[in-house]
Design a protein around this ligand. Structure first.
Ligand code: NAD
Length: 272
């Protein structure tokens, strides 16, 4: 057992990720759950967080208001909740680990502003494998250059609200950046119609499939005449995101204010 337990408050506690996070915290010897928050209404309010997560009672009740104190807030809820959660973390001077995806530009700006005051780790994908894949995507794109066509296929469960996934966009950005492009200028998310134009040079395509219970799959392809490279990551258990987010929570606890990513947590930012 560690000498120091990282206190954690989970926001979105009743959700798919929230419940996994609660289970991971309670099974670990490095963390202690000091709060669990979900929106008002719906089942589970006032219930013990352990019971909500399908384990034993742990003496933490799910509340409908985030009032952080001396803990790291781990937020996997909804984009509409993010701005308010950021504000509450700043007011209480507590670090934030933000996993919620699909946040808008206004929220992104609020995140950057808040990072002047508190340390924040924000990442569209907290898996160690995806963090490495992102770095590999940039390295491959830089080595291959723009003449290799980059196309990305992602698959997620049918409940996912945003498309393409935050991870797919991040991989696309890594490829674009490594080859001196801006993803927004070259992104293509739809190809249909028989009278359509052929693929434009320099385009980066992303296709999103939704269905079943897929935790998340990303395949980045680099295609050239006569050969193709495929880099694939398949998540089969959402516990990988929870473990990564908790690793980030422990790391961010002692950081200076700033906006960090999982690459910083893992030290991948230095990999050239
Ligand atoms: P979910 O819909 O199962 O759960 C979201 C939970 O947030 C729900 O219980 C909902 O009631 C709660 N919620 C809504 N508004 C709230 C508010 N104002 N305050 C507190 N709680 C509120 O979704 P999920 O599958 O658990 O995913 C949650 C988020 O995490 C999504 O944005 C998803 O894309 C993202 N996600 C990120 C990663 C990552 O590694 N970054 C991995 C998986 C999922």
């Amino acid at each position: 057992m560690s000498e120091h337990l990282t206190p954690v408050i989970i926001v979105g506690a009743r959700g798919r990720m929230g419940r996994v996070l609660i289970r991971e915290v309670t099974q670990s010897e490095d963390y202690v759950l000091t709060g669990a928050v979900d929106r008002s209404g719906g089942p589970g309010r006032g219930m013990d967080a352990g019971r909500v997560a399908g384990t034993v009672d742990i003496g933490v009740t799910v509340s409908d208001e985030l009032r952080p104190r001396r803990a790291v807030v781990v937020d996997f809820s909804l984009p509409s909740a993010t701005i308010d959660n950021i504000r509450r973390c700043v007011e209480a001077s507590v670090p934030l680990v933000l996993g919620t995806t699909g946040i808008c530009d206004k929220t992104r700006a609020a995140l950057s502003e808040a990072a002047k005051t508190i340390p924040i780790v924000s990442d569209a994908n907290f898996s160690v494998g995806i963090s490495l894949l992102t770095r590999l995507a940039g390295l491959a794109a830089r080595a291959l250059g723009q003449s290799w066509d980059a196309e990305l296929l992602e698959i997620h469960h049918k409940h996912k609200r945003d498309a393409p996934s935050g991870t797919a966009l991040r991989l696309g950005k890594a490829v674009a950046k490594a080859t001196d492009r801006k993803l927004a200028d070259v992104l293509c998310t739809e190809r249909s119609g028989s009278a359509g134009e052929p693929r434009k040079d320099g385009e980066i395509g992303i296709v999103a499939l939704r269905g079943g219970d897929s935790v998340g799959e990303h395949t980045l392809m680099f295609l050239a005449d006569g050969e193709r490279i495929e880099l694939t990551h398949r998540a089969t258990d959402r516990a990988i995101f929870a473990r990564g987010a908790l690793r980030a929570a422990r790391w961010v606890e002692s950081r200076k204010p700033g906006l960090y990513s999982m690459a910083d947590v893992l030290g991948l930012a230095e990999l050239r």
